[in-house]
Unconditional design. Structure first.
Lengths: 308, 221
């Protein structure tokens, strides 16, 4: 019998979903994943496991998914098209589904220039839009893109990512529409700090009827310090952190900035979860998983619903 | 045109180190236009090598040659009468030209004097930029005349990704976002309809990935 994505069940039941992410370690030690997962368990409906994010080599996403699954967490495998051609992508989709991974996030992947192997050859055989289409074709039609029949279709709740803050803005909603049409069931957004711009984005998405057709999970990342805010703003392309957000945390003495960051994150989640068109919250507490309970609980999103 | 950059002189000196007499061969094609492998560059490189070798106490004899094109047999054959009088040929044509010489003159070592770059254009004096990867299946009519395979760092067919900021690609402040260019151009042409369509997976078999390529024109044979 097929098990279904817990994330899908929670969203279909009309709850505001909560997802988080776990970055696998830079090594083969499974206990590092288990320690992070212990902070995640019970606080989320599914947990993303990143796929060599920022092109820095880490334990594979699929291995990480299996490790967090041991702890009862519904894993969400991130898959980038940077490192694998369509042959490897199809194969990994089949493998992940066979091992019980039911959530998928299709990404292009950060350029290898940002990682520790900038001289690596990239692949980009298909792009993230086409990976969505590929996963949907395999799931819904039970065939490979080549047309051959699958011996068992993979079963995924298919997701994509968007950055409403990148340029040019005018294609950001059309691009989400394209991803929805390609087969995405849900979307996780880039970290939101500029709430005004995000509201405009959601309004535009609503006008196109997208908020009814795709579950939008709003991404947040708690700031640990004013330094982190300034660093992210400077170094991460498409990261929009308004001056007033930086100022609010910078005005605190250093030792109180982390607590302020959490308070600001909680406030933001409370606002987002009431926003029409928002189906869930995606909390990317980067190397700060131990704060997930405080943040998600503080935002009034605990306990997580159990849907039979 | 096919562009290139000169190899560092140290690397070239190391390559020619075993030889006492060589040919330095230029080409009047693309590498002349991008000022890396034409007649003038042959003269400069030959003089530099002579001086360096003289300074090291072991002279080298160099014959300077510039062919109309190193990628056409009729011009390459012009070298045949004398090529075997020399121990090696240092070619400053593109990789195609160098290989064609190697193919034709089987007993003479061929040395590359330049690093071949890309299919590009002269943006201004002294600056060249890539425009085409020769992938064998052109979609420029759908993308406002700007190539997503070449101009997008990820060769996305549905860009731009989240790393596009104010028209600049996240990989380098000097790299324009290819998809911002495409969107701007589609808007100017009133062709934004092309943007909202899911494009089929690209067949890379028409590119290098299908193995070394060949064009056969029956009508010309």
């Amino acid at each position: 019998m097929k098990s279904e994505s817990n994330l899908k069940r929670v969203l279909d039941a009309g709850h505001i979903s909560v997802t988080a992410e776990c970055g696998p370690p830079r090594g083969a030690d499974p206990d590092i994943v288990r320690e992070k997962a212990a902070f995640v368990a019970g606080n989320v409906d599914a947990c993303n496991v990143t796929d060599n994010q920022t092109a820095v080599v880490r334990m594979s996403s699929l291995a990480g998914c299996m490790l967090i699954k041991e702890l009862g967490i519904d894993p969400l495998i991130q898959m980038v098209v940077r490192d694998r051609n369509r042959i490897a992508l199809q194969s990994d989709l089949l493998g992940a589904s066979a091992l019980g991974v039911r959530n998928l996030l299709c990404l292009s992947g950060d350029h290898q220039k940002f990682g520790d192997d900038p001289q690596a050859k990239n692949v980009f055989d298909i792009d993230s839009m086409q990976l969505i289409h590929l996963a949907k074709t395999m799931r819904d039609e039970g065939v490979f893109p080549s047309g051959d029949k699958l011996q068992g279709a993979p079963d995924f709740y298919i997701g994509c990512a968007v950055n409403p803050f990148a340029d040019p803005y005018e294609i950001r909603v059309p691009r989400l529409k394209l991803k929805m049409e390609a087969g995405a069931d849900f979307v996780q957004t880039q970290c939101i700090y500029n709430m005004e711009k995000f509201k405009t984005y959601i309004e535009d998405a609503k006008r196109d009827g997208l908020t009814e057709k795709i579950k939008i999970l709003a991404g947040v990342t708690p700031l640990k310090s004013a330094g982190m805010a300034k660093f992210m703003r400077r170094m991460v392309a498409g990261m929009d952190i308004p001056d007033e957000v930086v100022k609010r945390i910078a005005d605190e003495p250093k030792e109180k900035q982390a607590a302020k960051g959490i308070e600001m994150c909680i406030e933001q989640i409370q606002e987002l979860k009431e926003m029409e068109g928002i189906a869930g919250i995606h909390v990317m507490a980067i190397e700060w998983e131990e704060k997930l309970n405080e943040i998600i609980g503080g935002a009034g999103l605990l306990p997580r619903p159990i849907i039979e | 045109m096919i562009t290139g950059t000169p190899k560092p002189i140290e690397e070239i000196l190391e390559m020619v180190e075993p030889y006492d007499n060589i040919i330095v061969a230029g080409c009047h094609g693309c590498v002349t236009v991008c000022r890396v492998g034409g007649e003038k560059e042959v003269q400069v490189l030959a003089s530099t090598l002579r001086l360096a070798r003289e300074a090291s106490g072991r002279k080298i004899e160099i014959k300077e040659v510039s062919l109309e094109r190193q990628c056409d047999p009729e011009y390459v054959e012009l070298m045949r009468p004398y090529v075997e009088d020399y121990q090696a040929v240092l070619s400053i044509a593109c990789g195609a030209g160098i290989q064609f010489l190697a193919e034709k003159f089987t007993v003479t070592p061929l040395l590359p004097g330049i690093n071949t770059g890309f299919l590009g254009v002269t943006e201004r004096q002294g600056e060249w930029a890539e425009r085409c990867q020769g992938c064998g299946d052109c979609v420029l009519h759908l993308t406002g005349g700007i190539c997503p395979v070449t101009r997008c760092a990820k060769s996305l067919f549905h860009g731009p990704c989240g790393g596009s900021v104010r028209g600049i690609c996240e990989i380098d402040k000097d790299v324009k976002c290819g998809w911002q260019l495409i969107v701007d151009r589609l808007k100017a042409l009133d062709q934004m309809d092309n943007y909202g369509k899911l494009k089929p997976y690209k067949g890379w078999d028409s590119a290098r990935h299908g193995g070394p390529r060949r064009i056969l024109r029956e009508d010309m044979i």
